[in-house]
Design a protein around this ligand. Structure first.
Ligand code: ANZ
Ligand code: ZN
Length: 823
């Protein structure tokens, strides 16, 4: 007898799917706008670092299951693929091996494309493109120029994060706990002139539009984004400086504590520190600055480190009471948050208190919170309370005091209520070869001149300039012939900008281009965009929470303002997959615990690998490959396959035989439960239900009504159709063994018959004071609350209570309710 072979038929089915265009979403650029019938399912696109790994297999198993399910439910589904093919690894690999970055990148793309196919991922291959194609990155440049025109792209000198190993600047989002996200080197600060996108202009909208995402994105991601944007409400307050006409503005979240200000601090690395420094203190300031190692922001803001600083020899004047506050420079105040200056209130701010204790400065409590005195306890008090030691504010509550101070300052023109954000502008420039050249020409007389649209794309030079010039400059500096151009404005000799764009620019809008990836009239085809976007289901890792996902949201809003897209959020629903780990640890070469995807496929077949991924846990949980059993998945697939073989071979006229009614009920209940769990994206539970159905059917064949029973036949057909979402090759094998024409992908999702789902009822006895007063017919699954309500609503029970309240109701669902009346 024939047995299951997890590798059988792969070539045949791949060919059939291709020939019948089964994964194609019909017309990609129809004239009609998006409707309920169209679903766009996207996984965060792959980076071609080599062949696919276990992580890819997981994320694409999830999104492919969503796509296949939606297709079977009659949706028109676009499941696209492109490659995020610019980036540092290609450049490093190229340098190491003496290859061109292009050769390495496009070689890996071919390998990954082949692997995706063999894993049975149902991509519509017509969407394919790569961000390193000039026809794609041309539009990065075009978008950059549009943003430049709108003053959303600008250049400034700023202290930036610099990775000494990768010799490039990093965005804040790429610095993880003070270290380079990629290589783990401690990041330092350097002063460089760089390009930025003005993301801060969109801070409030990035917050407000989260309303659209509430409930559809994981809460964890939303709160990470909220923290990252970091909105603070407070006030700007202007302090006069003795011996200087211009006041200095501070940002404070606690204007109510202004009478408790006892000193004043400015960021040591700001130009303000220099400006405010009295001449006889300049040496001390310089010495202090020189001794400051560039520390990551988090460390600088930590409350548990020794405080350092220098007195600048000047005083600020408290606008409320005229007190003189000595001015210090310290590294605990950040240059680029708020205004870079603070009024220090040591009684109610821990860092200020630590500083006051180190420098022996006075501490004055101005809010009585009932907590221990900060001077004694060493702990600043931050709670609510009543104002004290605050002149006219005494006796007010915190909120009242904030309002009173803000009103007075505003009246006197010395400040106003204000909002600040932690979010910074998006630092865009990278000193790298393998990225999108910034389309700007620097001219001595005209400054930064945009490359005219007609001259786009600014292509990378043909040979791989992966050499690194001295001083952290871009490798493109060495492409002298490429760098020298004439100024588009005055035609004098000029130089191209030699930095390339952060690759997060590429990934912030790629999904818009899927419907028409070779479109030449603009970054994306308006018809395709209108028909398919926004993305319905987006799947990817939570490591992108404040990076890619924030950038894509930002750019979408910019495009909305440019009237290029009709929506303000790019991704309607987001699913974060967990990681594939091994023995409780992330897989890595250095730990030697890598599981090789191709070896797993070679051993168990593509379907078993997919099923193992999906069955291990809900999508968002990590999968420990040491705990799962791909061999177990093969066993289950073989059981399904044998059912199809046995039933398909049982003889003709199956549909005319009578059927087992109880069995049919069980089958339909399992179909309904599988449907529900697929809808809820609990794919592990959906597979568990399919496994249950497999067992039920096997029993029915072996020791029940037998293989000729039409309920058995119906059950196996339903199983094959549902199986096609998670194990498409095996499902096709089953379907054809059941005597059907391929493909099972056209067979649709089985519908559970509602008439068969009505549950049997059980009798519930209701007692009042120990006597049976009523019997209720209820569902065996009834909840305690519902049963309690039914019992108390019963006419007979109310008669028995005779106007008395129930003192106690004991519910034992579904069979008993015992009511004790109040006497
Ligand atoms: C006086 C005060 C009294 C403050 C008090 C706090 C508590 P968030 O909530 O994070 O926005 N601050 C302002 N600019 C700063 C900078 N550039 N570097 C370091 N600290 C800065 O924090 C705002 C508070 O942090 C501000 O309110 C200011 O101290 C400080 F009982 O002003 B506060
Ligand atoms: Zn010029």
């Amino acid at each position: 007898q024939e047995t299951y072979d997890p590798h059988a038929g792969i070539e045949k089915w791949l060919r059939l799917w291709r020939e019948q265009h089964l994964f194609e979403a019909g017309d990609l650029t129809p004239a009609s706008a998006k409707d309920e019938q169209r679903t766009l399912v996207v996984s965060m696109f792959p980076y071609p670092s080599g062949d696919l790994h276990m992580g890819h297999a997981e994320v694409y198993s999830i999104s492919d299951t969503m796509a296949r399910y939606a297709r079977l439910r009659g949706q028109q589904v676009l499941n696209p693929i492109a490659w995020d093919s610019f980036g540092l690894p290609a450049e490093n690999a190229a340098r190491k091996r003496g290859l061109d970055a292009r050769v390495w990148t496009y070689g890996n793309i071919e390998i990954q494309a082949e692997s995706f196919e063999r894993l049975g991922i149902s991509f519509d291959w017509r969407t394919r493109f790569h961000t390193s194609d000039p026809e794609y990155y041309r539009w990065n440049q075009w978008l950059f120029l549009r943003m430049f025109e709108r003053n959303l792209a600008y250049r400034r000198a700023a202290p930036v994060n610099w990775c000494p190993t990768d010799e490039t600047v990093l965005a804040n989002e790429q610095v993880i706990q003070g270290k380079c996200e990629r290589c783990g080197t401690e990041v330092i600060k350097r002063n460089l002139t760089q390009w930025f996108f003005r993301t801060t202009d969109y801070a409030q909208r990035l917050l407000d539009d989260m309303q659209q995402l509430e409930g559809n994105w994981p809460d964890e991601i939303l709160s990470m984004q909220r923290n990252w944007i970091g909105r603070s409400t407070g006030a700007y307050i202007d302090f006069t400086i003795q011996g200087r006409t211009e006041p200095v503005r501070v940002f404070s979240t606690r204007p109510d504590t202004i009478y408790g200000a006892t000193f004043f601090v400015v960021a040591a690395d700001s130009s303000l520190a220099e400006e405010l420094c009295a001449p006889e203190h300049v040496d001390q300031l310089q010495e202090y600055r020189a001794g400051l190692v560039a520390k990551p922001e988090q460390e600088r803001l930590a409350v548990d480190r020794p405080m350092t600083g220098v007195f600048l020899g000047r005083h600020a004047v408290n606008p409320m009471n005229g007190e003189l506050l000595p001015i210090y420079a310290s590294d605990y105040v950040l240059a680029d948050y708020g205004t870079g200056a603070v009024m220090a209130v040591p009684a109610h701010d821990q860092r200020d208190l630590n500083f006051a204790r180190t420098f022996d400065l006075p501490v004055r409590v101005v809010v009585d919170t009932g907590e221990a005195d900060p001077v004694q306890s060493g702990t600043a008090t931050a709670g609510d309370g009543v104002l004290v030691n605050s002149g006219p504010l005494d006796g007010l509550a915190k909120q009242e005091a904030i309002a009173a101070v803000n009103a007075e300052l505003e009246e006197r023109g010395l400040g106003k209520g204000a909002v600040t954000y932690r979010l910074r502008d998006w630092l865009l420039s990278r000193q790298r070869f393998w990225g999108t050249p910034i389309p700007i020409i620097h001219c001595e007389s005209c400054g930064a001149v945009p490359v005219p649209d007609d001259d786009l794309p600014v292509r990378l030079p043909e040979t791989g300039y992966t050499l690194r010039p001295e001083g952290g400059k871009s490798p493109l500096e060495t492409a002298t012939a490429w760098v020298q151009v004439s100024c588009p404005s005055c035609h004098a000799e000029a130089r191209r900008d030699t930095d390339t764009m952060d690759t997060f620019v590429d990934s912030s809008w790629y999904f818009l281009r899927f419907p028409n990836p070779h479109y030449e009239e603009g970054p994306f085809d308006p018809a395709g965009m209108a028909a398919w976007l926004p993305v319905d289901e987006y799947v990817g890792g939570k490591e992108h929470s404040t990076g890619h996902l924030m950038y894509a949201r930002f750019l979408t809003k910019v495009l909305y303002d440019m009237e290029l897209v009709p929506f303000t959020e790019p991704f309607k629903r987001l699913t974060n997959q967990g990681q594939v780990i091994m023995d409780g640890k992330a897989m890595s070469k250095s730990l030697g615990n890598l599981v090789n995807l191709q070896e797993q496929i070679a051993a168990y077949g593509p379907d078993a690998v997919r099923v193992t991924m999906l069955f291990a846990s809900p999508p968002e949980d990590d999968i420990d490959w040491a705990d799962v059993s791909p061999a177990g998945s093969v066993k289950w697939l073989a059981r399904v396959w044998r059912l199809a073989r046995d039933i398909g071979g049982a003889g003709p006229d199956l549909h005319n035989t009578p059927y087992d009614a109880e069995l049919r009920k069980t089958i339909h209940r399992l179909i309904a439960e599988t449907t529900q769990t697929m809808e809820a994206k609990r794919f592990n539970v959906a597979i568990a239900r399919m496994m249950q159905l497999t067992n039920v059917l096997r029993q029915a064949v072996d020791s029940g009504p037998g293989p000729r029973d039409s309920a058995v036949q119906e059950g196996v057909e339903a199983l094959a159709r549902m199986l096609s979402c998670v194990a498409p090759f095996t499902a096709e094998e089953c379907w054809s063994r059941l005597g059907h024409e391929p493909s099972v992908l056209r067979a649709g999702w089985p519908e559970a018959d509602p008439a068969l789902l009505i549950e049997d009822q059980v009798t519930c006895v209701v007692q009042v004071a120990g006597k049976v007063r009523d019997r209720l017919q209820v569902s065996p699954e009834i909840s305690e609350e519902e049963l309690r309500r039914l019992a108390l609503d019963s006419v007979k029970v109310r008669e028995a209570l005779n106007g008395n309240e129930a003192a106690k109701v004991i519910v034992r669902a579904p069979k008993l309710v015992n009511i004790v009346p109040a006497s």
